[in-house]
Design a protein around this ligand. Structure first.
Ligand SMILES: [Zn+2]
Length: 503
């Protein structure tokens, strides 16, 4: 089946870790371009302040090479990974070694508001004799196995987030999935047997239906409900990304709170989430896809208005225009839904995408879908196919009905500083009767939204999760965080209260 990708991400795959314990990446051409863009002004590389949390562990000088198992065939499968003292380096208590041992007791999962649910111990299902091969393709022919980077592990717990491509992670009893984009679920398949998967109910449906993961491993957690898993309070919060995407909030018995954003677009509504208002976040794992001041793209609403206006104008001039929206299998639904509602037309897409969209249980969207391309001028295609030659071929299929194509490629990467927030300045690329607009509709936070979110949350520490493979990027991001926190008020203030947070 078609992979569900999120092009807005640094989707390069880590095969090994660099000296800082971060992914050592062979960047795709697109990622390299992004890297150049983001690192364009090399004279302005900003040094991270000495002694800061992140610079400490990025520069810790720890011998991370012990995390690489260079030849899995030569090593006995039951040999343990040395974790050195990573947690101590970050100032956290080292997780209890007992977490790494198979247990015979059952794992209790408490749904605090409603009922207790007991499930079979995940450790019982993890066969310790199975080599830690995971789902991986080395590609280069070497025998390095992928090792889970530290920033995917939640300190003082036996949990990881979006860490499926590493196979069995020693000591991990709960694998959290933030959302159903392939750069986050990579490694999940019907062969998954390494432990319990926690995600939102929508993501759980997709994981079972499209990745064919054994349902006994999949544990849906409702949004805004606090669960207790292995003694840790866990709450999934709406992430304003794609359907089913969640921020994951962990609250430990000792009061420490960790927030992992997965992928998210920060918004004002998040500043009213009670958990975020009432509890200090000690470590924020932050989606830093657009953590660069050049990305100041407009709100989603403004972009939708522009798209609808442009579509209506185009249809006025050329009524036989086919409207094409590029989309990932999941994400950007609001773009074509807005056009559909403004024009009063159905949405055509192929059967496999219809299956995915219908599994959302989003009736407003499901009710608009149709299975005949002749029936509507609004078609959805994979975002990667929005090229003039591909669209010209596609138009031939419908030549009796349509004579031109107006296409939208909605992604934050299309944002240009030249047009800024003035959407009317966007120049489409035109070839013959094919016109393609790149529109800065993003499901990740802009730079200013990141800043506002961090200033609202005031976490003790921030760990970036995207664009971390380059030391200069990491240092720049760290300097932004420090700058933001310098000017924020000492206490976070809720929209309705001036009461300081607890703990
Ligand atoms: Zn995503």
């Amino acid at each position: 089946m078609q992979l569900v990708q999120d092009e807005e991400e640094d989707i390069s795959v880590a095969e090994s870790l660099d000296d800082d314990g971060l992914p050592s990446l062979e960047l795709s051409p697109e990622s390299k371009d992004r890297g150049r863009e983001q690192n364009g002004n090399k004279d302005r590389v900003i040094e991270a302040a000495e002694g800061s949390f992140v610079s400490d562990f990025y520069r810790s000088g720890t011998d991370w090479s012990c995390l690489l198992e260079k030849n899995t065939q030569e090593r006995p499968p039951e040999r343990k990974l040395k974790q050195t003292n990573l947690f101590e380096l970050w100032g956290f208590k080292k997780p209890d070694d007992s977490n790494a041992k198979p247990r015979v007791s059952s794992l209790s999962l408490k749904r605090t508001r409603t009922q207790w649910i007991s499930v079979e111990s995940v450790n019982d299902r993890m066969n310790p004799k199975v080599p830690c091969l995971g789902n991986r393709s080395n590609g280069g022919g070497n025998n390095l196995r992928r090792v889970c980077p530290f920033y995917k592990k939640i300190p003082e717990t036996s949990f990881t987030v979006d860490a499926f491509r590493y196979g069995l992670i020693e000591g991990c009893s709960g694998y959290f999935l933030s959302h159903f984009h392939c750069d986050h679920y990579a490694g999940l398949s019907k062969r998954w047997s390494y432990g319990s998967i926690y995600c939102t109910p929508l993501t759980a449906r997709l994981v079972k239906k499209f990745l064919l993961v054994n349902p006994s491993f999949v544990h849906p957690l409702e949004l805004d409900i606090e669960y207790v898993i292995d003694g840790i309070k866990v709450t999934m919060l709406e992430a304003n990304h794609c359907p089913g995407a969640a921020l994951v909030h962990f609250r430990l018995e000792n009061g420490q709170c960790y927030l992992h954003t997965g992928d998210f677009r920060a918004c004002k509504l998040m500043q009213s989430y009670p958990l975020l208002v009432n509890h200090r976040v000690n470590v924020l794992y932050l989606d830093t896809t657009y953590c660069n001041p050049k990305y100041r793209f407009p709100s989603k609403e403004d972009v939708l208005d522009f798209i609808v206006k442009t579509t209506k104008n185009s249809l006025k001039r050329h009524p036989k225009t086919l409207i094409v929206v590029g989309a990932y299998s999941i994400g950007k639904e609001c773009v074509y839904l807005a056009i559909s509602e403004a024009l009063g037309v159905k949405i055509y897409t192929n059967a496999s995408r219809r299956r995915i969209l219908q599994s959302f249980d989003w009736t407003q969207l499901s009710g608009k879908l149709c299975s005949c391309g002749e029936e509507t001028p609004l078609h959805i295609l994979p975002i990667s196919s929005l090229r003039p030659e591909t669209l010209a071929e596609y138009l031939k299929t419908y030549k009796h009905k349509f004579t031109a194509v107006l296409a939208f490629r909605p992604t934050g990467w299309t944002y240009s500083e030249a047009s800024g927030n003035q959407l009317d300045l966007i120049k489409p690329s035109t070839r013959g009767n094919i016109m393609i607009y790149g529109v800065p509709y993003s499901e990740h936070s802009s730079f200013l939204e990141l800043k506002e979110f961090v200033q609202f949350l005031r976490p003790d520490n921030i760990i970036p999760t995207v664009n971390v493979s380059n030391a200069a990027h990491r240092d720049k991001m760290q300097s932004y965080f420090q700058e933001w926190l310098k000017v924020s008020p000492q206490w976070k203030v809720s929209p309705t209260s001036t009461r300081p947070r607890v703990n």
